[in-house]
Design a protein around this ligand. Sequence first.
Ligand SMILES: *[C@@H]1O[C@H](CO)[C@@H](O)[C@H](O)[C@H]1NC(C)=O
Ligand SMILES: *[C@@H]1O[C@H](CO)[C@@H](O)[C@H](O)[C@H]1NC(C)=O
Length: 272
Amino acid sequence: MPRLTSLALAALSLVAPALAACDYGTHLNPRSEGAVPISTFGYTALDGPLNWHGLNATANALCATGKHQSPINIDSSIQRIEGRSVEFVVDAYPYGAEFENLGTTVEVPVNGTLWADGKMYKLAQFHFHSTSEHRVEQEYFPMETHFVFSAPDKSTAVVSFLIELGLPDPLLTAVFASVGMISTPGSATTTGPLVFAPLEAHLKAHPIFTYSGSLTTPPCSEGVTWYISSKPLQIDETTYHRVKDVIKFNSRYTQNTLGEANLLQHAASLLK
Ligand SMILES: *[C@@H]1O[C@H](CO)[C@@H](O)[C@H](O)[C@H]1NC(C)=O
Ligand SMILES: *[C@@H]1O[C@H](CO)[C@@H](O)[C@H](O)[C@H]1NC(C)=O
């Protein structure tokens, strides 16, 4: 059953200085009990992606040196597999689930399972980016959601959906029903009732882009297997604006072609 956490505004002073990132809740960054951790990185100026390496050169080295970094522009070189070739199941939360503002994203910790590439992964959480991090044939989308999984062998997989403006989506409407209540980093509320069967069917019904990349947040760890639905979800404009008002901007810039020099190393070499 989901924990029913009241508005954590009063708990702000208890907030742990843990690094909250896209890997939060996985073995890389275990979930802490009690308070919602606020991220120590950001998306602007010296906190932003051009300087994540500078925030901790040891921990975040790959952000500036990795050659398989995410997000990328998805072009025809990226493998497409059938939607049916992975099995994606997320538990239903008829009474809602915890909904947290980590400062760098809004996130819902839920349970679920992914069977892919002969492995079974467990879901840690899903969270949102605005604008989208991945691009498809150069095009960006207003939002993207990442379902972050880890396997017993400590590998990470992310199931991703791009989100464009359009009709209301019942799941996204329920997730964001009370997003206005968590505009303060470190705060938490409860979503509306969550049913994922339509999302599971959506993933099955369309081809999936897959590649081996990285976390899109510090420490930018590589060996992350991405499964990105080729068919965007839709969100209505009113909900989108309420979400954007809370998330602001949290999208890492498009990384270099897989296997080629990290763009930061490339840039640094030109300045020598
Ligand atoms: C940088 O990261 C390393 C390895 O994760 C950690 O041991 C160290 O405490 C961090 N340094 C700072 C200044 O946060
Ligand atoms: C996920 O499942 C574990 C183990 O059954 C349980 O302890 C935990 O409360 C669940 N978390 C959520 C968010 O449902």
